[in-house]
Write a protein that binds this ligand. Structure first.
Ligand code: ADP
Ligand code: ADP
Length: 225
């Protein structure tokens, strides 16, 4: 299984805010939680891992891929689920996912349709595949985002504050879905909700004002706080 190695990563924004200060983490395959308050630096780290932003210093390796230097290669093996998954409200889940599959290079229509069916069943949206996405609830949109992220069979899945705005039933459904994702890939879950981490993750880190405070198994971490 793949491992994500973050070494001495720092990031200061143009306004002088030091969002990440010498962050180092080794993240094994499985569910890993990054817990921190608003403004702690979670999204900055997620965007850097997703190749949407460059660090000022440090290195990041996903297996043998250099995430900072090899952006195209990283993107081909990455699933990124941002805080708010923006969708085209008039499209149906089925049509949009098929379109994304085409963009990913699945040229055969038959293959695309088969793939779309597998993914929509996996995220439990098959029955509502023909509805307009604009009518989906927040939880349904998030699950659609997971299906899109899974299209590329990612080795690294980045999930940024996924349960914000979900009602309790949707939240449980969404977290269960995440926990079913492959054991061979790294699933990195950023959140400010302790329960998201304690219920699901095998390891976690706490980030505060750009610094890693502690890295541990969730139960130990909570007792150390
Ligand atoms: P979190 O996701 O944990 O809430 P962020 O990474 O969004 O944390 O933010 C970390 C710090 O960096 C905060 O102080 C935030 O205001 C600041 N910040 C985030 N993005 C930018 C930006 N594009 N420009 C300037 N400052 C930013
Ligand atoms: P988060 O929920 O991750 O803390 P915010 O809602 O604070 O993010 O910020 C939303 C967007 O605004 C992000 O793209 C972030 O990079 C940007 N941003 C956050 N803080 C600042 C800042 N102080 N200056 C400029 N942009 C910022």
């Amino acid at each position: 299984p793949v491992e994500l190695q973050i070494r001495h990563v720092s990031k200061t924004y143009a306004n002088g805010v030091q969002a990440l200060k010498d962050v180092s983490l080794t993240i094994p395959a499985g569910m890993y939680g990054l817990l921190g308050a608003n403004g702690a630096g979670k999204s900055t780290l997620m965007r850097i891992l997703a190749t949407l932003q460059d660090p000022d210093a440090g290195s990041i390796m996903l297996g043998d891929i250099d995430v900072v230097a090899q952006k195209d290669k990283t993107r081909r093996t990455l699933g990124y689920l941002p805080q708010e998954f923006g969708v085209y409200p008039k499209a149906s889940a089925e049509d949009l996912l098929e379109h994304f599959a085409l963009l990913k290079g699945v040229a055969s229509r038959t293959e695309r349709r088969a793939l779309v069916e597998v993914l929509l069943r996996q995220v439990n949206l098959w029955d509502v595949r023909k509805q307009r996405l604009g009518g989906y609830s927040g939880g349904m949109r998030q699950r659609f985002g997971v299906a899109v992220a899974l299209l590329g069979n990612p080795k690294l899945m980045i999930v940024d504050e996924p349960t914000a705005g979900l009602d309790p039933a949707e939240r449980v459904r969404f977290l269960n879905l995440l926990s079913e994702l492959g054991e061979n890939s790294v699933v990195l879950l950023s959140t400010h909700i302790v329960e998201d981490v304690s219920e699901l993750c095998t390891r976690m880190a706490i980030i505060d004002r750009g610094e890693i405070l502690l890295e541990a198994e969730p139960l130990r971490a909570v007792s150390e706080l």
